[in-house]
Design a protein around this ligand. Structure first.
Ligand SMILES: *Cc1c(COP(=O)(O)O)cnc(C)c1O
Length: 293
C-alpha cells in the first residue's frame, strides 16, 4: 500500500507570543505588539450592533475599504489590495512571484513570516547582516544577485524596533536592480514621524509592494485585516490570485471606521511614545544596551 508523500521543508512554525501564564490573572502582553489601548470606539460600536448581516458573503474586492484607504493616503485604489491581515498578503506575494530556487533577501533579525512563506514555495532565504541591530541597505545589497527575486524588510523593524530614515529607504530602493521586487512592511509606519513616501517611485514603475495592517496601531488584530499598495500590474495579479472572499465583512467595516478615527490613532501614538521613553529609561538603568552591543 502506498501512502501520500508530503513535501519536505525545513521550517520552524511561527510561535505566537504567549497570551496566558499559569496562575497569573493580570498580565501585560507585549510580545505581539498589539494595541495597549484596544480597538477604536468606532469599531467597538460596529461589533456591538446586533443587526449585523452575516448571511451574505463579503465584498470580495473590499471596494469601499480600498476607496477609503485611497482617499486617505492619496493612492489610486487599483494599486491597493486587502487581505486577512498583512500576513495573507505576504503569503500571496510569495506564492505568486517566487519560483523554486529563487532567492529572497531578508535582514538577519526580521519578521518570521517572510522566511516561512519563502521556504514553502521552495525558494531560498538569504540573510543580510544588521549593523547595531539596524537594517543595513549596504549589507542587503551585498546579498542581491541575479537570482534575487524579492527583498523584504520592515520599517520600523520587528523584532529589533529600529527604523531607517525615509531617505535611507528611498536611496535603497533606487539602488536595487530592476529585476528585484521590493516589499516594504509598514506594520508600524504610523509610529514614525517621517515614513518614506514610496508613491512617486511606484508611479515611476518601480516594482514595489508595501504592506500595512489594522492589527497594530488600529487595534484590530483579532479581526485579521490588512492591505498592500504598490505597482499596479503586481496588485492586479494578486487580485486574481487571492481567495474570493479573503477579508471578512466585519473586518472590512471596522477597518473603515478605525482608519478614519484620527483622534484614536493619535492617542495611541502619544501613549506609545510615552511608553517608549519610559521603557528606554528603564533599560538604560538595567545597562542592557551595553550588554547587547
Ligand atoms: C504584526 C506584524 C505583521 C502582521 O500583521 P497582520 O496584519 O496581523 O497579519 C506583519 N509584519 C510585521 C513586521 C508585524 O510586526
Amino acid at each position: 500500500m502506498t501512502t501520500p508523500k508530503f513535501k519536505k521543508f525545513n521550517i520552524e512554525a511561527y510561535k505566537p507570543g504567549k497570551s496566558k501564564i499559569k496562575k497569573l490573572k493580570k498580565i501585560v502582553k507585549l510580545s505581539a505588539n498589539e494595541s495597549a489601548l484596544g480597538m477604536s470606539p468606532k469599531a467597538i460600536k460596529i461589533i456591538s450592533n446586533k443587526k449585523l448581516n452575516l448571511e451574505r458573503y463579503p465584498d470580495g474586492k473590499s471596494d469601499i475599504l480600498r476607496k477609503e484607504i485611497s482617499k486617505k493616503y492619496k493612492c489610486n485604489s487599483d494599486k491597493i489590495i486587502c487581505g486577512a491581515g498583512s500576513d495573507e498578503v505576504i503569503q500571496m506575494i510569495c506564492q505568486l512571484f517566487l519560483k523554486p530556487k529563487d532567492e529572497v533577501v531578508v535582514p538577519q533579525y526580521s519578521f518570521l513570516m517572510y522566511r516561512i512563506y519563502t521556504k514553502i514555495v521552495g525558494a531560498k532565504v538569504i540573510f543580510a547582516k544588521e549593523v547595531k541591530l539596524k537594517v543595513s541597505s549596504a549589507e542587503i545589497l551585498k546579498k542581491v544577485n541575479k537570482k534575487t527575486k524579492i527583498v523584504f524588510l520592515a520599517n520600523p523593524n520587528n523584532p529589533t524596533g529600529t527604523a531607517n530614515s525615509a531617505d535611507e529607504i528611498l536611496d535603497f530602493v533606487n539602488s536595487l536592480p530592476s529585476h528585484v521586487i521590493f516589499c516594504l512592511d509598514e506594520a508600524y509606519a504610523e509610529y514614525l514621524e517621517d515614513p518614506p513616501d514610496l508613491r512617486p517611485l511606484i508611479r515611476d514603475g518601480k516594482k514595489i509592494i508595501a504592506m500595512r495592517t489594522f492589527s497594530k496601531i488600529h487595534g484590530l488584530a483579532g479581526l485579521r485585516i490588512g492591505y498592500a499598495y504598490g505597482d499596479k500590474d503586481m496588485i492586479e495579479l494578486l487580485q486574481k490570485a487571492r481567495q474570493p472572499f479573503n477579508a471578512n465583512s466585519i473586518a472590512q467595516t471596522c477597518a473603515i471606521a478605525a482608519l478614519n478615527d484620527n483622534s484614536w490613532v493619535e492617542q495611541c501614538r502619544k501613549r506609545n511614545l510615552t511608553g517608549l521613553k519610559q521603557m528606554s529609561a528603564g533599560l538604560k538603568i538595567l545597562n542592557l544596551k551595553k550588554n547587547i552591543f
